[in-house]
Design a protein. Structure first.
Length: 269
């Protein structure tokens, strides 16, 4: 274990968040990990450089699932950097079926606890409609962050990891009214809302407000749909549930919206 990293700042940056490509960076000291690689390696490298990091600091990649907006850049990254990739066995099987070429020696099937440098990682299964979909609880010393994107529904397991984290990255994919009145085919609308697609604003915001006494340090709303959501819709929903519960003080918790167009600032957790 890297003692320097344990004693250093624990940081988070959203490299990109949305159906056009997802990638998140978690760092401590001189090392970091990526969660999903759904954009080009060139873009990742450029956006990491802007926050003071480079690809050489990345010790591993964690994959939530096999959909293209989460894995598009994986083969290129492995070829270039020779770093291990952790995912479920079912996820790797899907990538092989899609003829995604990767060095098998670098493909690591997740275990209940994964130790990578200074990071302790606990994967948990989600209900998204890709085989072996995962979320990740990542801790560094006494600080932690959970990545819960494309989870389908808030199962007891997902809720338990969200509640025990200090920082939460959770999807607010769609506004229900926008989705229902939008141009998507009925089958796709049903897929998104059907419990194996995405979390909407209402489900996510209601959960966050119902558990506000948890006093998270940061709540990051991620994976907003370009066609069926907007930052204003998310925050309007969030404030609706605050008012409904008559909550006027959200403590020291800071709420952030993660962009599908650019990297976030570097957050110190």
């Amino acid at each position: 274990m890297n003692l320097f990293s344990l004693l250093s700042d624990f940081v988070f940056c959203s490299i990109n968040s949305g159906s056009n490509g997802n990638c998140y960076f978690i760092g401590a000291g001189d090392c970091g990990i990526l969660v999903d690689v759904g954009i080009s390696v060139r873009t990742i490298e450029s956006r990491l450089k802007a926050i003071g990091y480079d690809l050489q600091c990345v010790k591993a990649v964690l994959l939530t699932h096999s959909h293209i907006d989460h894995v598009k850049g994986v083969p290129q990254l492995i070829k270039r950097c020779k770093i291990p990739v952790y995912a479920s066995e079912s996820c790797f099987s899907m990538l092989m079926e899609c003829n995604m070429t990767m060095d098998s020696d670098l493909c690591k099937v997740v275990t209940p606890v994964i130790n990578i440098d200074c990071f302790r990682i606990e994967p948990f299964y989600t209900e998204h409609d890709a085989p072996g979909s995962l979320g990740f609880f990542v801790s560094n010393g006494d600080k932690s962050i959970v990545i819960a994107t494309d989870v389908g529904t808030l199962t007891p397991a997902v809720k338990s990891f969200l509640k025990k984290a200090d920082n939460v990255v959770i999807e607010t994919n769609y506004d229900k009214e926008m989705l229902l009145n939008g141009s998507y085919p009925d089958m796709l609308k049903s897929r998104i809302m059907g419990g194996h697609g995405h979390l909407g604003n209402e489900e996510t915001c209601a959960f966050i407000i119902e558990n506000y006494k948890r006093r998270w340090d940061n709540v990051f709303f991620c994976h907003l749909s370009e066609n069926n959501n907007s930052p204003d819709k998310v925050m309007s929903c969030f404030h609706h549930y605050l008012n409904e519960k008559n909550i006027h003080d959200f403590g020291n918790t800071v709420v952030h919206l993660l962009s599908r167009y650019e990297a976030s600032p570097l957050f110190y957790l």
